[in-house]
Structure formats: C-alpha cells, structure tokens
Design a protein around this ligand. Structure first.
Ligand code: G1P
Length: 292
C-alpha cells in the first residue's frame, strides 16, 4: 500500500486581508467556531493518516508552535476543577512528541518557495501539501479522498484537489485542464496559475490540497519568478508534469476560502451549524436576523 506520511502546511503568510485582527495573531490562529483554522487542517491531515506535520512559518508565528504543545498551567487547573471532558479534548488535539517540525520561510517569496523550504524535512518521499487558507467540510476529509484515489493508481503520480468555481472567480486561482477519467480521478492536461480572463482551460480550480512527488524540490530550486512576482508552485508542477503523471480529484464536500473575509465568515457559520450543541440555536438566530 502506497503511504503518505508527511504533510507540509505553509503558514508564513502575513494575513494582510484580516488586519488589524492579524497584527499580533497569525491568521491561521483565527477561530472557526472554537478551533483555530490550522487545527481544522491538521485534523484533516490526521484523518488521512499523516504522521508528521511540517509547518513552514515566519516571524510572529511562534504561537502556532505553542498551540501544538502542552499547556501545563491549563492542564493543572482543568484537573483541579475536574473538567475532564475539556482535558480529554485538549489531549486528543495534541500531536505525539516528534510528530511536528517547524522551519522558517524568512522572506515572502511565494508558495513554491515555502514548499521548497521543507525539502530536507520531507526527504525523498511523496508528501501531502495542505494550504490552511482553505477548509473543506466533508464526510470523509478531502485529503483522505485524495489518498484513496492515489492508492488506486499503480504508477508514480501527483494529485491535486479541484472544485468547480463560478466563472467570475476562476482568475483568482490555479486552474486545470482535464483529460480522461482513471478510477476516482481525472488526468490533468494543463495547469495555469491565475489565468487572465479568457485563458482558463476550464472552471476547475486548485483547492489547496496536493500529493506531490519529491522531484518537485529540484524543480523548485531552479524555478524562475512567476505570476505576482512569486515562485509559483503551479509553474514547478507544470515542469514536473512533463515527466510524471498528474491527476485531479473532484472531492465530495464544500470548500471555504478562508483567505477572504466572506469565505471565513461563511465557514464559521457552516461549521457552527454542523455542531449539535450550537447548530440549532444558531439556525434560529440566523433566521430571525435574515427576516429583519
Ligand atoms: C494558491 C495557489 C492556487 C490555488 C489557491 C487555493 O493561491 O497558488 O493555485 O488555487 O492557493 O486557495 P493563493 O491563494 O496563495 O494566491
């Protein structure tokens, strides 16, 4: 069975779209209901069987490392107060010692550069990449669905998750062209990062979940500047596609672009509505608000 053990989570972004909330707090720590965004994404990776989480961080991000560590004062206080359910919850979220690595990107040179920063920690094995700006609400996690499809295919291959996007928003994303269906996946015929209007090969956009082969690192090393003056992952993936297969998975579930205020707020509502303790009450409140 082909296994994916490691995942890269790039968390070095400045989060300027959420200022001033993100002046002293990383955007990845903003809560979606009662869990930081990054915790939701780590949960998705864990569900898919990931055993090592590699965070590519930057300045002002140390609190992410603290979040994935023990908080002794809190644990002692909760124990004294006999809040065992809360304690159990904290314990469940905590990675096993040695399961996390943190490395710094140092300067904001783009997603491709952030991924390249994790090369030594990943080594020579295929890995997952999850962009924490995107949350996917699904019965079976998006990455788990991709790994199912990956395991079905009997060749060295790379996978991307894609979703159908409204035509007026396609230019904000990486876009793929699709070929024939193979098992649960589709062959990728081309990938374009943020195409100018009229140049998009389809309305299928990259959702921010990838399974990549380690050869991507050598390509990133020599990658020239791309769209937006950044080292683009999509450009390196296009070069890798000359020698290796790329497949797309149209996952089941709903993606929220938490890099935008609207997407982030809608994610909060959707996740809260799905929680049995607060969902019904919130539904009622929203109904009242919307008729006013
Ligand atoms: C990145 C990727 C893009 C992808 C998007 C998903 O763009 O480069 O291909 O569609 O994430 O959110 P960014 O949002 O960093 O501009």
């Amino acid at each position: 069975m082909k296994k994916i053990r490691k995942a890269i989570l790039p968390v070095a972004g400045l989060g300027t779209r959420f200022l001033p909330a993100t002046k002293a707090i990383p955007k990845e720590m903003l809560p979606v209901v009662d869990r930081p965004l990054i915790q939701h994404v780590v949960d998705e990776a864990r569900e898919a069987g990931i055993e090592h989480f590699i965070f590519v961080t930057g300045r002002n991000k140390a609190v992410i490392e603290d979040h994935f560590d023990r908080q002794y004062e809190l644990e002692v206080t909760l124990t004294e107060r006999r809040r065992f359910a809360d304690l159990e919850h904290l314990e469940r979220d905590l990675p096993v010692p040695g399961q996390t690595s943190f490395t710094r990107q140092q300067s904001p040179m783009g997603l491709g550069h952030a991924v390249w920063c994790a090369r030594d920690i990943v080594g020579e094995e295929p890995f997952a990449l999850l962009l924490p700006d995107v949350l996917v609400q699904a019965e079976r996690g998006c990455l788990a669905q991709m790994i199912d499809a990956y395991q079905e295919i009997d060749q060295v291959a790379n996978f991307v998750a894609v979703e159908e996007m409204a035509p007026e928003r396609v230019h904000e994303y990486g876009v793929i062209g699709v070929g024939r269906q193979v098992g649960k996946a589709f062959e990728v015929t081309q990938m374009i990062e943020k195409p100018t209007p009229g140049r998009a090969p389809s309305n299928l956009t990259l959702t921010g979940r990838y399974i990549l082969q380690p050869e991507i690192f050598q390509l990133l090393e020599t990658q020239s500047w791309g769209a937006g003056g950044e080292i683009q992952l999509t450009d390196a993936m296009n070069r890798l596609a000359l020698n290796q297969a790329f497949f797309a998975v149209k996952f089941e579930g709903r993606a929220f672009d938490c890099g935008s205020k609207t997407g982030f707020l809608v994610a909060n509502v959707a996740y809260a509505l799905a929680q049995p303790d607060i969902g019904p009450k919130l539904r009622q409140k929203l109904k009242e608000m919307l008729v006013d």
